[in-house]
Design a binder for this molecule. Structure first.
Ligand code: PLP
Length: 361
């Protein structure tokens, strides 16, 4: 078996040990005579997995009893819609921090349901090269909530501080940097993440939400779209994506066995310093458009002197088993997504390839 170096933006790399465990459980799960996929979501075998996934998340992040941990369907994108449906009350506003493509999509859904405000927008001609500073956030103290995107998957920018928003609930889309390091959940009223970047397969959203925020949700919307429905039913209101939750359980167990989030951060920082170091070491050739203080630790983007060279770079890299390096169609250039499960060896192989490429370019 040859596994490539996977720099895909999402779905993305998963730990090999987690995939092998799933392979073992696929036909027969823990001596139960059937696959995990064939188990009832109301049965004991699955129930244990479901509860472990939530408990591990609480333990690794350090989540208090003031919060619910939910596993919901529809990915992060459904959250873009259900957040304003539940919490953007008629006549009230919500603040959106515009930092990229996903933030704009979230704002778009809120616009269909109410009158959200833009609290900051750092784009120039549709391109984002940094996130706003605290003093650039123009916040409404009466807003129903503030919505932000902690890491901008496409433009390669990331918040390196938790914004101060006063008494207004802070809601963060952490899809592409959830659990990349320890963080203080108490700074947020709600965080959510599509699982397919850092913690599992696609189609699943992990939601951590404060109980007092849930109780303010509207009751005149479809039952399945209400957070209280899922909280009251422990994310078992309807049949959940049992396999995705099982995979998240395995990823979290793997994280725990390997030193928790502090160790995850250490490994991620080793990867970023290696890759940004290579870019900065030859900054006339590899041009990183992102301002230094906003550089993402998860999605590293850069340009080459011409689009022809960029195309050649991606093509030749693929031949060498370095896949997923083409920049998003709206940003161009090169993007290496180096999420939690991408090993240092993959980044080292990429940096080595870059040096070879540079000599022949
Ligand atoms: C990938 C991504 C999404 C979309 O996730 P889906 O699960 O496909 O809906 C939303 N926000 C951010 C920041 C992302 O990176």
């Amino acid at each position: 078996m040859t596994r490539v170096h996977n720099f895909n933006a999402g779905p993305a790399a998963l730990p090999l040990a987690v995939l092998e465990r799933a392979q073992r459980d696929m036909v027969e799960f823990e001596g139960t005579g059937m696959s995990l996929l064939e188990h009832s979501h109301r049965g004991k075998a699955y129930e244990a997995v479901h509860n472990q996934a939530g408990a591990l998340l609480r333990e690794l992040v350090g989540i208090s009893d003031d919060y619910e941990v939910l596993f919901l369907q529809g990915g992060a994108s459904l959250q873009f819609a259900t957040i304003p449906m539940n919490f953007l009350h008629p006549g009230k506003s919500a603040d959106y921090v515009l930092t990229g493509v996903w933030a704009k999509k979230a704002l778009g859904e809120a616009k269909l349901l109410g009158k959200p405000r833009v609290a900051a927008d750092t784009s120039k001609d549709g391109v984002f090269t940094r996130v706003p500073r605290q003093d650039e956030l123009n916040l409404d103290p009466e807003a129903s909530y503030v919505h932000m995107t902690t890491n901008n998957t496409i433009f390669g920018t990331q918040f390196h501080y938790d914004p101060e928003v006063g008494k207004v609930p802070l809601i963060a889309d952490m899809s592409s940097d959830f659990m990349w390091k320890p963080f203080d959940m108490n700074r947020y009223a709600m965080v959510y993440a599509g699982a397919q970047k850092n913690i599992g397969p696609s189609g699943l959203a992990v939601v951590v939400i404060r109980k007092d925020l849930i109780t303010t949700g509207r009751k005149d919307i479809p039952v399945i779209l209400r957070y209280d429905t899922h909280a009251e039913n422990q994310s078992l209101f309807n049949t959940p994506n049992t396999f995705a939750i099982y995979m998240v359980r395995n990823v979290l167990e793997h994280v725990k066995e390997n030193g928790g989030l502090a160790a995850v951060e250490q490994r991620n920082r080793a990867k970023t310093s290696l890759l940004y170091g290579a870019l900065d070491g030859d900054a006339d050739f590899w041009r990183c458009p992102v301002e230094r203080e906003s550089r993402s630790t998860m999605n590293v983007v850069w340009r080459l002197p011409s689009e022809e060279l960029e195309e050649r770079f991606v093509k030749e890299a693929t031949k060498q088993g370095l896949v997923g390096l083409k920049g998003h169609r709206s940003a161009g250039g090169v993007r290496a997504s180096i999420y939690n499960a991408v090993p240092l060896e993959s980044v080292a192989a990429l940096v080595e390839f870059m040096a070879t490429f540079r000599k022949t370019a």
